[in-house]
Structures are given as structure tokens and as C-alpha cells.
Design a protein around this ligand. Structure first.
Ligand code: FE2
Length: 293
């Protein structure tokens, strides 16, 4: 599929790093208007205490307000398994539409079963304001954005491209970080490889913004690279690495990884577009499926 790349548009991108989950949230601003989008916001949770707070989200809200921006979109690159989305909290304060990939429905079906959700949990993506298909376009102010379906890490992963900037979610990590795991339900290493190749087919000068960075080998945290840099230097898919190499490596590595600390609360909240589920009395409540994952 031919995507409508326009490298002449240069959005202003500000990253906000959350040290607890190693997530980077972005404010993406149209240089020709005050419109912006927020990509992959984080809601703070002290899981041991069952306590939710909003420091990280408030920082994003303050940035939008201090710069007099108009928030048009809250984008989730995928259903994250390692942090909770703050999209509804931010939407409540600033407006904007919450968007995710259409394959959220697959994710809702898989985890709806695992968490034994009742029929009140709709598995049709209706918790979100927009469901993107591969190649769909939308606007942030005067800028055109397009979404590329990039499954493999999860079925609903999408990369969002606006002008010369692409928000890759967990499709790729920084070159020295390689790639994200592909062993969650619905994940697949060979599919992830094909998705990464779609991203690396974008122009070499395209700026790429990561959703996570773990500072491998003690280096400082970074979240921006380019397609050209990933093609040359990515330790999992860069020059000289074949699909077979990747699938073998990824499968072996994933078998050694522990579940992310926050996977259980994250999935329950994020498959509902960031809304915390409630019990029969309407109180916010999370479940733990014993030996369910
Ligand atoms: Fe992820």
C-alpha cells in the first residue's frame, strides 16, 4: 500500500518520559496552528496500594494549557501492557478524540475472555472515539496524519506518521534496544518483522519516536532516531539480519522474559480506552486472573 508521506511538514514534537514505566508520551504540534495531539499518555498507579494518581498526565495538561494549544487527538499506538493510559482523564480536561487501531476488537476478545468480563464489556471498540484502519488519514490542525497497521507486538499496533515524524509505538526500540517482545496473546515474531520492514520502508530521513526506552548498557534515555539509523544500526533488524535470524532470536529471548509488572491492571484499563472497570456497585475495581496469563 502506498502511504501519503509528506516530508515537507515538520511537526513540533515534545517528549515526556515516565521513569517508572520507561514510557515516552508525546505532544505533537502543528507548526501552522495551535492544534496538537497527545500520543500514549500515562496514568500513574501504585499497584501494591491500588492507588491511581495523575502527575504524569497533569504535566501533559499543563504543557498544552501553558502553550495555549488545542488538543484534537489522544492517540494510543496500541493496548499497552506496561502502563495505564490517562486518555479519558486528559480528554475530560482538554477535549479531543481518543483513537486506536481497529484490531482493538481482537485484543478485547482475547482479554475479555482472560479477565472473564461480562456482557457489559463491549468487544466492539466502542469505548474509543475512532478506530483506525491501515492507511486511514486524519488531521491535526492543518497537518495530515496517516496510520499504518503494524501488528506483531500486539494485534492492534499502529504507527502514526505525520509529516517527517513517525510514532512507532512498540514496533521498534532505539537501535541499541532493538525491538519489543512478540509473545503476548496475539503477538507473533514473524509478523512483527514484516511490520518493522513497513516502517523501515519510510524515507531514511523520517524522524522516529519511540514509545519506550530502557537506556541499555547504562546510556542516557533517548527516544528519537531516524529510519536510516535504524536500518543501519538496529541490533535486531539492522543491516545483515534476516527474518529467520529475527524470529529465532525474538522467540528465544521472549521465552526468558517475565511479565511486565503492570500487565494485569494495564490490560483491563487500556482495553477500555483508559477507563477503570467498576464492580456491581459502580466502584473502580481491578481483577487478577489466577494463572490466566
Ligand atoms: Fe507495548
Amino acid at each position: 500500500m502506498d502511504y501519503p508521506v509528506d516530508m515537507s511538514v515538520k511537526p513540533e514534537v515534545t517528549g515526556f518520559f515516565d521513569p517508572l514505566t520507561h514510557t515516552i508520551s508525546y505532544v505533537v504540534k502543528d507548526p501552522s496552528s495551535n492544534s496538537c495531539a497527545i500520543i500514549d499518555s500515562v496514568m500513574d498507579i501504585d499497584y501494591a496500594a491500588g492507588r491511581i494518581t495523575y502527575e504524569h498526565a497533569n504535566e501533559l495538561i499543563k504543557f498544552v494549557e501553558d502553550n495555549d494549544l488545542k488538543l484534537e487527538w489522544l492517540i494510543e499506538t496500541h493496548v499497552h501492557a506496561d502502563h495505564l493510559s490517562a486518555a479519558p482523564y486528559i480528554q475530560n480536561k482538554l477535549g479531543g478524540k481518543i483513537g486506536v487501531g481497529e484490531h482493538i476488537i481482537t485484543v478485547q476478545n482475547v482479554f475479555g475472555k482472560i479477565f472473564n468480563e461480562g456482557t457489559e464489556f463491549q468487544r466492539d471498540g466502542s469505548q474509543f472515539d475512532a478506530l483506525f484502519k491501515d492507511g486511514d488519514t486524519y488531521k491535526i490542525g492543518t497537518m495530515d496524519v496517516f496510520a499504518m497497521h503494524t501488528p506483531g507486538h500486539t494485534p492492534a499496533c499502529m504507527v502514526h506518521v505525520v509529516g517527517d515524524a513517525a510514532f512507532v509505538g512498540d514496533t521498534l526500540f532505539m537501535p541499541d534496544g532493538g525491538s519489543a517482545r512478540a509473545d503476548f496473546p496475539g503477538g507473533d515474531a514473524a509478523t512483527l518483522y514484516d511490520s518493522i520492514m513497513k516502517v523501515l520502508a519510510l524515507p531514511d530521513e523520517m524522524r522516529l519516536f519511540m514509545c519506550h526506552d530502557y537506556g541499555p548498557n547504562g546510556r542516557e534515555i533517548k527516544w528519537e532516531t531516524t529510519v536510516g539509523d535504524e536500518k543501519k544500526h538496529n541490533i535486531h533488524v539492522g543491516e545483515g539480519k534476516t527474518k529467520e535470524d529475527f524470529v529465532k532470536f525474538r522467540t528465544e529471548r521472549d521465552a526468558t522474559l517475565a511479565m511486565p509488572n503492570l500487565i494485569i491492571p494495564s490490560l483491563q484499563v487500556n482495553m477500555r480506552a483508559g477507563v477503570i472497570p467498576t464492580d456491581d456497585d459502580g466502584n473502580p475495581m481491578l481483577k487478577v486472573p489466577v494463572n490466566g496469563l
